[in-house]
Design a protein around this ligand. Structure first.
Ligand code: HEC
Length: 151
């Protein structure tokens, strides 16, 4: 019996050592929080997004034809229900709000800087919901570009 115990210990010891050694791997363990840093240009989905001053001062997206077309499509999907297709009439949701949302017409938009509009879309504004988790920064700048062309 004593011999048997010795054999068990002799066999088990290296196996245990190997098991501990094998446990140190770069692979994920169950329930382990991700340890890798996020890929560049990924969008935060929690917490408040910091809008850097320098990014705010200058719109990094040029108002090209594609940018304006993208902005128009984004506006129709995300904003028209409140602010309206044209500045003349608010959208179906906007009509229910008292007071209604601003028309975002040419004069009003020109009174706002790119940063102000970008921040309003990012963080929300009064009764307007934030779009930080719904639109990428680029999409928000495309909206700013489009709003500048809206009548
Ligand atoms: C749920 C309705 C709703 C939606 C959707 C919405 N807005 Fe608004 N928005 C408002 C309201 C209401 C205000 C005015 C704030 C207030 O009175 O509380 C406003 C204000 C604004 C302002 C003025 C900010 C300022 O500084 O004066 C801008 C710019 C704007 N919205 C842009 C947008 C854009 C772009 C979208 C789409 C991405 C959008 N909004 C989607 C309701 C909405």
């Amino acid at each position: 019996m004593k011999r048997f115990a010795k054999v068990v210990i002799l066999v088990a010891a290296p196996l245990l050592t190997a098991a501990i050694w094998l446990d140190k791997q770069p692979s994920y363990k169950p329930y382990q929080a991700p340890v890798l840093s996020p890929p560049p240009d990924s969008v935060p989905v929690s917490g408040k997004e910091i809008v850097p001053q320098e990014a705010g001062q200058k719109n990094p997206v040029a108002p090209t034809e594609e940018s304006l077309a993208a902005g128009k499509a984004l506006f129709e999907i995300n904003c028209v229900m409140c602010h309206g297709q044209t500045s003349a009439e608010r959208g179906p949701v906007g009509k229910k709000l008292v007071p209604p949302p601003p028309a975002l017409d040419h004069d009003m938009v020109h009174g706002l800087s790119d940063t102000t509009i970008f921040t309003a879309i990012t963080q929300g504004f009064g009764r307007m919901p934030p779009f930080q988790n719904k639109l990428t920064p680029r999409e928000r700048w495309e909206l700013v570009n489009f709003l500048r062309t809206r009548r």
